[in-house]
Design a protein around this ligand. Structure first.
Ligand code: PGA
Length: 260
């Protein structure tokens, strides 16, 4: 795993956007796996700026989102559909046929989830998967105890996740208790992953994800088995990493080989 430590949230957002833009420029019809939550917001803002000021072209890009709350229509301001259109898609040149976000309102969840997996496969698989990390170690909504080989399916959210998400809702009772999410197995099929984390309240989880045992208790730890992951962390999120100084040293040495 490549670990990049930047001073703060603005710097990780810029660095992540540079990597995404680089991959889009190298492969204009790239298949991106996208994430919601507060962490990737700065990266999306920077990508929008690059689209407007540096002609970053999204016209051939295809996207698949990781997850969606179960029970929220796409028009709900807290749905991930709403989030993605509001924070990225409406501001760049991407058309709705190229955007895929799990539905939060289908009846036959099982059939829908295999259709979603099939769509990803038919698009050629995900080239670059963006990931945030939950305090309980989840990627997507793969809560502790999720099979590390799981596929897209419905998950029951932990009380901790529901509590973390409550800040976005006016009334705590409104916070969805279920979500449809790509599984650990689906995420691991992405050709490259970009994991973002910011702030000291993520420090312990980031340490478990990167240096802890690979286990269903911290589903993001499965990324240790992925051949191509870049973790971009700010100083606060990286403060509990035991080998933090070594990771910084590795990046410094890598400059000699001009890695981007
Ligand atoms: P956050 O959520 O970016 O809002 O911290 C991350 C996640 O739950 O995956």
């Amino acid at each position: 795993m490549r670990i990049i430590i930047e001073p703060d949230y603005e710097a990780i957002s810029r660095k992540a956007a540079q990597i995404v833009a680089d991959r889009i420029r190298k492969k204009p019809d790239i298949v991106l796996g996208l994430a919601t939550g507060s962490t990737p917001l700065g990266m999306y803002q920077e990508l929008i700026r690059m689209h407007k000021e540096e002609s970053l072209d999204f016209s051939k890009v295809v996207t698949f989102n990781l997850d969606e709350y179960w029970g929220l229509p796409s028009s709900h301001p807290q749905s991930y559909h709403y989030f993605m259109w509001n924070n990225l898609f409406s501001h760049v040149n991407i058309t709705s046929e190229r955007v895929h976000i799990p539905s939060g309102t289908v009846n036959d969840v099982e059939a829908y989830c295999s259709w979603y997996e099939d769509k990803i496969k038919k698009a050629g698989g995900i080239d670059l998967q963006i990931l945030g990390i939950g305090r309980d170690g989840h990627i997507g909504f793969n809560e502790p105890g999720s099979s590390l080989g799981s596929r897209t399916r419905m998950k029951t959210l932990t009380p901790e996740t529901v509590e973390d998400n409550a800040r976005f809702f006016e009334n705590k009772d409104e916070v969805p208790k279920f979500a449809i999410t790509m599984g650990g197995g689906s995420i691991m099929e992405a050709k490259e992953c970009l994991l973002l984390a910011s702030g000291k309240n993520k420090a312990e989880t980031v340490q478990r994800c990167i240096e802890g045992p690979i286990c269903a208790e911290c589903t993001s730890s499965i990324l240790q088995l992925h051949p191509k992951v870049i973790a971009i962390l700010d100083e606060e999120a990286s403060q509990k990493l035991r080998r933090k100084e070594y990771y910084k040293y590795v990046e410094k040495m890598a400059l000699k080989f001009k890695k981007s």
